[in-house]
Design a protein around this ligand. Structure first.
Ligand code: GLU
Length: 488
């Protein structure tokens, strides 16, 4: 069998959105699973909306997700160029081939004339009348030579019958060729239309499998007609079901559907987002949810892609992200945290963090189970990073100022213990637990005031580890401040 060649063909009219990223992941995984090639082609034919900056963002987002391509921008390859705007010669050659095959004809109708014909056809329930298809070739040539504006249309064979699309995901779908327009392949300005460029490129780049969103399914019969007109072999198609929002409607901005970059900035890890997107429409089996790229390349196949739309589930993504945070270890955690520390103004460089690496790494076990997004870490540990902290009003009222709970007495006693104790987590815990025992009161009542004093809130990462990470003088100062607010 010939080598598998697949492509991801984004139009650089915006950033890489998650739908596109999922298509890229499936193509990449299929290429790797089949030991084939993954090609990146930039479909930049819309001059108003395509920008070099968007290309840059798409490439960066793909690299961040861990998707490497074998041919394409920055990598090169034998089937280049990989930007459609640089492939005009290829389309011109393909048009010549179509002309030689007698598969196209020039159409001189103006858009107004076409619109009128279409209206008439709709009224009568007949196919659109194609005057130019029946023009005498010599007359047509004379009008071309005279410089009359014209497009080139595909002469859809009238006896073609049903067009069968074999789809690796959806099975066989039948389209009626009688309903297919004589589609334009080359516009009056000489540019190739979308369907024409895609087919010529896919054929030229020897793409064996076209894996793309099923919003492209209606294009497929037209593209099959083009393959046939050009005498090119038709690739295997696999149309992936769309992604829906949690409400079951097609994914849109309204659902907060964002670009890969926005997810990254929110604090999602590349490994977690990759894993989550891979699961939107594909599953290796009924059970495995957490897997890495290698696992996916070992298990990915088209027949495990679901036919049904996949729903975006933000809670699942958060859960997966947290699983990765729990697995990543302290060192990677600190590396991932640095940009958020910089953004919040706590440091301006990695070197600064590295100088206190042990201290930062010690934060990891305190927070790894509770952080969903990396971005949430900074506010969660603000009491460790800031000298002065804000006290949560509700916690102060409920814990420090609860009549009859003895908060003030407990804080005072704990302050005395903390003045003398050896400054490490075990010693601090042992000493404070000793005090709890002495009081004969439930630990919750004795230690909650200290938690509010040290962290500013009744809800926080583990108390003893937090105390050990702070300077003794800072802790004593906070206990004193809390004592002043507290009542017995
Ligand atoms: N450029 C098209 C898009 O971004 C993809 C075309 C294709 O995959 O056939 O939707």
């Amino acid at each position: 069998m010939s080598e598998v060649r697949v492509r991801f063909a984004p139009s650089p009219t915006g950033k890489l959105h998650i739908g596109g990223a999922r298509t890229a992941i499936y193509n990449w995984a299929f290429a790797r699973a089949q030991k084939g090639s993954f090609i990146l082609r930039i479909e930049d034919t819309d001059p108003e909306r395509s920008t070099a900056e968007n290309v840059e963002l798409i490439l960066r987002a793909m690299r961040w997700l861990g998707l490497d391509w074998d041919e394409g921008p920055e990598v090169g390859g034998q089937a280049g160029p990989y930007f459609q705007t640089e492939r005009a010669d290829t389309y011109a050659d393909a048009l010549e081939l179509l002309k030689a095959n007698g598969a196209v004809y020039p159409c001189f109708c103006t858009p107004d004339e076409i619109a009128a014909k279409r209206e008439a056809a709709n009224k009568e329930g007949t196919p659109v009348e194609r005057t130019c298809r029946h023009l005498d070739p010599q007359e047509a040539q004379a009008r071309i030579d005279a410089g009359e504006p014209h497009v080139w249309r595909l002469k859809v064979p009238q006896d073609r019958g049903e067009i069968l699309v074999h789809d690796a995901v959806h099975g066989d779908t039948v389209f009626d060729s009688g309903l297919q327009d004589d589609l334009i392949v080359v516009r009056s300005d000489g540019s190739a239309t979308y369907n024409f460029a895609v087919v010529v490129d896919d054929a030229n780049m020897q793409i064996t499998h076209v894996i793309r969103g099923d919003d492209h399914l209606p294009n497929t019969p037209r593209q099959i007609l083009l393959y046939e007109a050009l005498d090119y072999p038709t690739p295997v198609f696999a149309h992936i079901p769309m992604i829906c929002g949690p409400d079951g409607k097609k994914l849109s901005k309204r659902h907060g559907a964002a670009s890969v970059e926005e997810y990254r900035d929110e604090g999602y890890l590349a490994d977690a987002l990759f894993n989550y997107l891979a699961l939107l429409g594909w599953a290796p089996d009924g059970e495995t949810t957490i897997f890495d790229r290698t696992f996916m390349t070992e298990h990915f196949s088209l027949d495990h892609i679901s036919k049904n739309p996949a729903s975006l589930d933000p809670d699942k993504l958060d859960w997966i992200n947290n699983r990765y945070i729990q697995q990543m270890g302290a060192s990677r955690f600190v590396d991932e945290l640095v940009p958020y520390l910089v953004e919040a103004g706590y440091t301006d460089a990695q070197a600064d963090v590295d100088a206190r690496r042990d201290w930062y790494e010690a934060i990891y076990p305190l927070v790894c189970e509770r952080v969903k997004l990396m971005r949430d870490t900074v506010p969660m540990i603000a009491y460790l990073l800031d000298e002065d902290i804000d006290y949560d009003e509700k916690s102060v009222k409920k814990i420090l100022q609860k009549e009859g709970a003895g908060a003030r007495t407990h804080l005072h006693a704990e302050g005395e213990i903390l003045k003398k104790v050896e400054w490490n987590e075990e010693a601090i815990e042992a000493a404070l637990r000793g005090y709890v025992e002495q009081t004969g009161v439930k630990a919750r009542f004795v230690l909650q005031p200290l938690r509010v004093a040290v962290t500013g809130s009744q809800v926080s990462p583990p108390l003893f580890g937090s105390i050990a990470l702070l300077k003794r003088s800072t802790v004593l100062q906070r206990v004193e401040t809390a004592e002043e607010m507290a009542v017995d």
